[in-house]
Design a protein around this ligand. Sequence first.
Ligand SMILES: NC(=O)c1ccc[n+]([C@@H]2O[C@H](COP(=O)([O-])OP(=O)(O)OC[C@H]3O[C@@H](n4cnc5c(N)ncnc54)[C@H](O)[C@@H]3O)[C@@H](O)[C@H]2O)c1
Length: 379
Amino acid sequence: MAAKLRVGIVGLGQRGLQHLEALWRIPQAQVVALCDPFPENLTEEKLRRFVPGFSLSGVQVCNRFEQLLAVGLDAVYFCIPPGRHQGELIRAAEQGLHIFAEKPVSLFLDEALEMDRAIRRTGVVGTVGFQQRHDGWHLAVRDFLRDKRLVMLTQVTNGTLESHSVKHTRTEELGGPANRVWAANFAWSGSTVVEAGIHPLDLMRFWAGEVVWVRASYIPRAPEDIVDGGDNPCGYAVTFGFESGAVATLNLTRLRRTFWGDGYQDIAWDYGHLKIEAEGPVAYYYDGPYPPPGKVDAAALRHVLPASPRGDTTLAIGQAFVEAARTGDSSLLLNTFASSMNSHSAVLGANVSDQLGGEKVELGELLSHPKYAAYRKKT
Ligand SMILES: NC(=O)c1ccc[n+]([C@@H]2O[C@H](COP(=O)([O-])OP(=O)(O)OC[C@H]3O[C@@H](n4cnc5c(N)ncnc54)[C@H](O)[C@@H]3O)[C@@H](O)[C@H]2O)c1
């Protein structure tokens, strides 16, 4: 296809604006329609604050999805809160439009599965916003680990409650938090594991393959610590089991009045460890004669991996999607909608495990067994 890809964006909030900014720089894409229920999110003046040089000339703005569908598009980006979908993505796929959906694509497995089926049935190109796969360092980690037998992956992230962004959805008018910090609210975000933890979990999958089971325990927030609907748990301890036999732990905190965030990441294979350090990914392993003839020189164990610069990952995933959609070649993507389903089942499965007192949830069963039907259903 020589022509530009005609793109529409649904939801012009924090993420939609980032995608608009990236698409504006991709010569093969032409943004032709923007849709958001709140007119204040669609003014040229506001959009320009986030997208330098943006102009609404040649761009249709609309408040209803039906209007967007009438514009004549090749592809749609969905950047709305994950609990707000009402069948729009499926209708877009049925019209033959290629789909870029922000993570998590839904808070409900049944709905995510229905989206996945629609994309498979219609044969459109589909992807999900796991842009961290396009980070030059993360790609170097993938290449380095390719021939290794992974043992254990560890991710600890201490986040602060106050670091959540004020969002652009008028949640105060939609029965949500009055302060618009919906990522701190369980009903809107589906928990920090689902909203934020899905990124590190998806990266672990990028390196370690498919998750087959999950076990989780969440530490609820004390009632006096719940302010403005910010009722997400204050701590999460999640274990994921991989098809390969590797095990991953994801420990997250979101504490108030702490103002100190940090983290730790380690990937162990059977003969070494890998960490992402300030200068890039570094692997620690011994590669001399074995057993060593003398004392092992600790300095020789540190191997900085050759890696490309980290790059603008939102731009990179946008470029990959635009090219895949223009050519119909999904192999240009680092993740398709279908391949991203395992990341969604894994984090939604963590919620189910926690609700069942830390039960081991096999993802194969979670997707289809009647005993999990109530947990898959949209409520
Ligand atoms: N990939 C990433 O790194 C990343 C970063 C931030 C957010 N996200 C994801 O992007 C999605 C959107 O989050 P956000 O931070 O942009 O939220 P936001 O509240 O800032 O923006 C959402 C926008 O969608 C609009 N909207 C709400 N319901 C709509 C509907 N039914 N139709 C059309 N527009 C609608 C809102 O008015 C708002 O402008 C979420 O799923 C979030 O998890 C991903």
